[in-house]
Design a protein around this ligand. Structure first.
Ligand SMILES: [Zn+2]
Length: 125
């Protein structure tokens, strides 16, 4: 995982807990290109193929909430939906891009877009 990205993500978690009372956990950070291609075959998961996702560069993470020790992932839960909105706000304040603004909604996803790194920086053969 990219050190700058991890640092920002940890601040997001801290602010979410201390300011908003939401405990957050990391579901997936780095994702191999092989796994990315497998995920791409599942409906409603991702449009990105191998090397097209910031996950392959250690610059993206998927997170969820803990409520009374239990993992809460669904945005159908109003408490979790409110949490995702706050998470998006906090992440954007810290310069991260939030998946909750995408067409294929990805509420738990944030990524760090920086010049010279990530999918856009890769020259395709
Ligand atoms: Zn993701």
């Amino acid at each position: 995982m990219d050190a700058d990205f991890v640092q920002r993500l940890l601040v997001v978690y801290k602010v979410m807990l201390e300011r908003h009372g939401y405990e957050m956990v990391l579901l997936e950070g780095y994702r191999s290109p092989e796994r990315q291609d497998v995920l791409g075959l599942l409906p409603g998961t991702t449009n990105a193929k191998a090397w097209q996702s910031y996950h392959q560069y250690g610059l993206a993470a998927d997170s969820a909430f803990l409520r009374e020790g239990k993992l809460v992932i669904t945005e159908k839960d109003p408490w979790a939906l409110r949490g995702y909105e706050l998470y998006g706000q906090v992440a954007e304040e810290l310069g991260l891009t939030w998946g909750g603004r995408w067409k294929l909604l990805d509420f738990g996803h944030v990524e760090l877009r920086t010049a010279g790194r990530g999918p856009s920086a890769r020259s395709m053969p």
